[in-house]
Design a protein around this ligand. Structure first.
Ligand SMILES: Cc1ncc(COP(=O)(O)O)c(C=O)c1O
Length: 387
């Protein structure tokens, strides 16, 4: 099966035997526990719904197939998935090297919870440069944590090269693949060990569910993380599992359309005289455009940019738009816009933000799948209102 077919069929094969009804959509199994005839014989392998639930398991099978992984696991949020990786694989005094441009909530979790409370040492480096990673490796380094493209500055890192370096030192490579989605990038195939997603974004795609996912092929890693999924219990609910299963069916068509609109928006912004800089890996002007062409099969729907403006004007611009809702999050069918320094990344101290080039006036767009002309006209009108 190719990607589009797997996205529809894997995990949701109609049950035509054993008294099944042949549902073409996976039922939402709500039971918290499962009765058994004999004390030591769970029925159909199910014991308790935190451990396993048929609707969640159907999604987990599909998630694995999208990243061409052997195993998938679904969590209550992207951050719950990230937390589970830390709990499963790290101990006090371990050292983690992380890309310095990460989703603000990931940095808050790493710096304030794991470094702050659990003595896990986090070192942020500019992972665009392999030498920075190499120089950061220490005897107690265990893991390299990457996002590519990054949120919000759309920086890329070379997953294959970093994985080779990491494996030569016995380190685990984790890639947050939320921005690209498995439709445009498959980190495990490039050598990464663990892929993590906020399913809240493109995988669900409709801004109506919060969830997370982990995909791995190594069975030892799977067993350790699966143990924590049950032991700590940050699982995705059956209803959310149903929503994400449904959303994923259209992932391929949505991603192609997100990209088509994003390219149009990026080109429009790049030509506008009041736009200073556009960050979109699909533009030839992106400093890592050739890496994007090599490692991704498309460039996605996320753009960030700088107006020739102060924060007040940037705020006025986003508040003047008609179709772009001013909101956090991304990856839904509707266009969203925000100022990361004041919203999604506000928890990162200003000094740290400045170090990575995240200015207060930076604007991030999650380009939706609306009519392209409507989006361009809306942007044009809002720019005219400010300037
Ligand atoms: C790249 C990235 N990773 C992880 C997360 C966290 O996911 P969640 O909000 O589902 O916990 C987000 C949320 O915005 C994100 O953008």
């Amino acid at each position: 099966m190719r990607f589009e077919t797997r996205a529809i069929h894997v995990g949701e094969e109609p049950n035509l035997k054993d008294g099944g009804y042949g549902d073409v959509a996976m039922p939402i199994h709500v039971a918290s526990t499962y009765a058994r005839k004999e004390v030591d014989q769970p029925t159909a392998g199910y014991e308790y719904a935190r451990t396993d639930n048929p609707t969640r398991n159907a999604l987990e099978k599909r998630l694995a197939s999208l990243e061409e992984a052997r195993f998938g696991m679904a969590f209550a949020s992207g951050l719950a998935a990230e937390t589970s990786i830390f709990l499963a694989l790290l101990r006090a005094n371990d050292h983690v090297i992380a890309f310095d441009d990460l989703y603000g909530g990931s940095r808050r979790l790493f710096s304030q919870v794991f470094a702050g409370n659990f003595q896990i040492h986090i070192q942020y480096v500019d992972a665009r440069h392999l030498s920075q990673i190499e120089n950061a490796i220490q005897p107690h380094t265990r893991m390299i944590w990457l996002e590519t493209p990054t949120n919000p500055l759309m920086k890329l890192c070379d997953i294959r090269a970093i994985s080779e370096l990491a494996h030569s030192h016995g380190l685990i490579v984790v890639v947050d693949n939320t921005f690209a989605s498995p439709y445009f990038q498959q980190p495990l195939k490039l050598g990464a060990d663990i892929v993590v997603h906020s399913t809240t974004k493109y995988l669900n795609g409709h801004s109506d569910s919060v969830g997370g996912a982990i995909m791995v092929s190594d069975e030892t890693l799977y067993r350790k993380i699966k143990f924590v999924q049950n032991a700590a219990g940050a699982i995705l609910s059956p209803f959310d599992s149903f929503l994400v299963l449904r959303g994923i069916k259209t992932l391929a068509v949505r991603m192609r359309r997100h990209e088509q609109n994003a390219l149009a928006v990026a080109r429009f912004l790049e030509k506008h005289p009041r736009v200073k800089q556009v960050y979109y890996p699909g533009l030839a002007s992106h400093p890592q455009h050739s890496l994007a062409c090599r490692q991704m099969s498309g460039f996605g729907g996320m753009i960030s940019f700088e107006l020739d403006a102060d924060v007040k004007q940037a705020k006025k611009f986003v508040e003047s738009l008609r179709y772009f809702a001013v909101a956090e999050s991304l990856g839904g069918v509707e266009s969203l816009i925000e100022l990361p320094a004041l919203m999604t990344h506000a928890s990162i101290p200003r000094k740290e933000r400045e170090k990575i080039g995240l200015s207060d006036a930076l604007i991030r767009i999650s380009v939706g799948i609306e009519n392209t002309e409507d989006l361009l006209e809306d942007l044009d009108a809002a720019l005219a209102t400010v300037f």
